[in-house]
Design a protein around this ligand. Sequence first.
Ligand code: SAH
Length: 375
Amino acid sequence: MTALPLIAEPRDRRRTPTPRHLADLDMSARRDAVVALGEPAFRANQLSKHYFDRLVDPSAPDVAEQLTDIPAAARSRLAAELLPVLATPVRRMTADAGATHKTLWRLTDGALVESVAMGYPDRVTVCVSSQAGCGMACPFCATGQGGLTRNLSTGEIVEQVVAAARLAASGGLAGSPQRLSRVVFMGMGEPLANYNRVITAVRRITEPSPTGLGLSQRHVTVSTVGLVPAIRRLTDEEMNVTLAVSLHAPDDELRDELVPVNNRWKVAEVLDAAWDYASRTGRRVSIEYAMIRDVNDQPWRADLLGRLLSDRLAHVNLIPLNPTPGSRWDASPKPVEQEFVRRLRSAGVPTTVRDTRGREIDGACGQLAAAEVGE
Ligand code: SAH
């Protein structure tokens, strides 16, 4: 057997560690950090207010000058130590008449991730990434095709949220409020596979100012392929975030293929964990279901799904499939989708069809694939 010629050097996996950011730390650790830098503890509060209230941008050339309540001599050092630049925009794209903004970010080690801010008349939502790439390998999802690069730090997740808050505050989302209100972990990555950093990020996003951004936990949605032990852990946190489960098929045979982690945790186990979450939090679980033509959109699957979900604290969110490059799959035709909705509703299951924001800028569900842009 002849060895294949080595056509590419393996990518250097060593990477510069992500710098520490105040969003990684709780308030008492922030105080310790400023004291270690020879500053009084209350500077932690001042810096936190600049970041979470005034939405100071660490990448602004004049960031130090903006810290006006801190003595000039200490500003640059505190900014460098606790407000380092974690993410630099590489490309921004807008769609939906300026109401949708996708940003491609380069992180400090060169990893690329995307986030999408969406303005509506009554609210502003940001869809954030929790990992660079994703290891879950769902065949219909663009991110899933490239594998996992790495977990994001809490600071890197929070910065995507704060950046969207800045964009909204600057009036950058046409026809929408100037305040960010919702966060969905539906960008790149599997949030529950980066559990600790994601949970800490949720805390930062929802803790009152100046520790955090002060959003309501009910307005944060964590979406998962169904990592059962992590769903159970989340249940024990007693947070009031909305749980979304990416089901995509009501039967194990098909779900094994569409969501490969189903080979480990079956539909029944995932739903059991979801119902425990619902009963502990009192919050309706969102069941995500991408409608894929002739794959999972048959009337009998709607009926089976209806039987699994009726009388449960659940809501179905149908997502018209966003075909990804090279995929053999397509979205279901509208009449098929409507019949699916009709059957679910007649089983008593509240059902909505998701809008397709950002489609033309590859910013819609499952289209985020920053790796394709190259370096
Ligand atoms: N890993 C998390 C977050 C992923 S993205 C999860 O799986 O839940 C959020 C949603 O978009 C998931 O429900 C995901 O299955 C769905 N999705 C992925 N690719 C898609 C595509 N091409 N079209 C429509 N929805 C897609």
